[in-house]
Design a protein around this ligand. Structure first.
Ligand code: PMP
Length: 405
């Protein structure tokens, strides 16, 4: 494969350092990815040359910043193949994107007695906002379960959809199990009953090419910080036909057309949903992260990471007492596991002393932990810059840790 891993790694200054006297091995990419120089430089460039508040001024700085900001909207449009740039709304992150839809869509379309289907493998941020709106509206959350191998039970979905179902919320890729869900099938089924689907793409867009038109997703959300971009920025894609009809989520500057004490009218999409000064710096720098993924090619990144996934899975399986959570045939580069009689937190703490960053705990997915009846797992997750050599070092370190415990 033509994948210049050394060049890619050279873009990430953070990877060149030592942690606790060991070269850093960063396997916590599902929580947040590291940032390449291109992103850091884009931020610096903005602040050194043309920072200004966007959209509202006639001066050079504001004009230039506005152009750069809006160019990133178009980049994202192309990145996920949305039909219109107006369908791309900048938010704080996936969490805010879910809250926006739960509140705004919920306000208009969810009434007492209605049902919202949410999958059992969701991150808390794709559960709690729906629970909040359901609580306010006296609606009910209906669970879509998964099997022990980590696959959503689509036959159950078919049975749970009924005339009261108003929306279905599901992750494209699970942040614990790694399952790449068959969202296209789910959307087809939902649309055959006129039900819209909200897809949480926080763990998908950095690993596989996403085409929202091909998926026919009604809403699709993700966060820049998991895509080698800055934190504090996310995206909500929504089909125009929904966004036009949905009421504003937050009120403030930019989202209005005219304001008077008698009557206020609202701006067009996307601005209707972008109240106040957005995270100008991070959106502009996010563009550089998108460029890097485009140049490298998501197909290539995905293939590279699949190799890491397969390699690490087979190595982990050699460890006695190993249990891997999530063994769906279509998986992304996330592995959650426990080792018999070993507390995940102890592994996380000790392996950190060897310069290796892994995540331990419930991964903001308590229902997944409840499914398997475990308090937490150890999770390793790979990004575009990880290598099989790092996996070898991780395995050595893990064996040392297990010997200590
Ligand atoms: N959904 C999934 C599947 C996630 O993995 C995460 C982050 N761990 C989120 C939503 C929330 O993302 P953010 O914290 O960036 O809003």
């Amino acid at each position: 494969m033509n994948y210049d891993i050394q060049k890619i790694r050279s873009y990430f200054p953070v990877l060149q350092q030592k942690i606790h006297n060991h070269p850093l091995i960063y396997f916590d990419n599902a929580a947040s990815a590291q940032k390449p120089v291109q992103v850091l430089k884009a931020e610096e460039q903005l602040h050194n040359h043309f920072y200004g508040n966007i959209h509202r001024a006639a001066h050079f700085m504001a004009d230039k910043a506005t152009g750069e900001f809006e160019a990133v909207r178009t980049k994202i449009q192309h990145f996920i193949h949305a039909e219109l740039r107006e369908e791309i709304i900048f938010t704080k992150g996936t969490t805010e994107s879910v809250n926006l839809v739960a509140n705004s869509f919920g306000e208009k379309y969810i009434q007492e007695g209605d049902e919202i289907i949410v999958s059992e493998m969701e991150h808390h941020s794709n559960i709690v906002p729906w629970q909040l709106v359901a609580g306010r509206k006296n609606a009910t959350i209906v669970q879509l379960p998964f099997t022990d191998s980590g696959e959503l039970q689509l036959d159950v979905l078919e049975k749970r959809i009924n005339a009261k179902t108003k929306i279905i919320a599901v992750a494209h890729v699970s942040n614990v199990l790694g399952t790449i869900n068959q969202v296209e099938k789910i959307i087809k089924l939902a649309h055959s009953k006129n039900i819209p689907v909200f897809i949480d793409g926080a763990q998908a867009v950095q690993h596989l090419p996403v085409d929202v038109q091909q998926l026919d997703a009604d809403f699709y959300a993700f966060s820049a910080h998991k895509m080698y971009g800055p934190n504090g920025v996310g995206v909500l894609y929504g089909k125009r036909k929904w966004l036009d009809k949905m009421p504003p989520y937050q009120g403030g500057g930019e989202m209005i057309s005219e304001v008077s004490f008698q009557k206020t009218t609202f701006n067009e999409i996307p601005y209707k949903f972008e109240a106040g000064t957005p995270n100008i710096t991070s959106v502009i720098a996010y563009g550089a992260a998108i460029d890097l993924m485009d140049e490298t090619g998501l197909q290539n990144i995905g293939r590279w990471e699949q190799n890491l996934l397969n390699y690490a899975t087979s190595k982990l399986k050699e460890i006695p007492g190993m249990k891997i959570y999530g063994e769906a045939p279509e998986k992304s580069s996330v592995i959650s596991f426990t080792i018999k009689n070993i507390h995940p937190y102890d592994v996380g703490m000790l392996i950190d002393k060897m310069g290796i960053a892994v995540r331990t705990g419930h991964h903001c997915a308590d229902p997944v932990m409840q499914h398997f009846n475990v308090p937490g797992t150890i999770r390793i997750s790979f990004g575009m810059y990880n290598t099989t050599e790092e996996i070898d070092l991780f395995m050595e370190a893990l064996k040392k840790v297990l010997a200590m415990l």
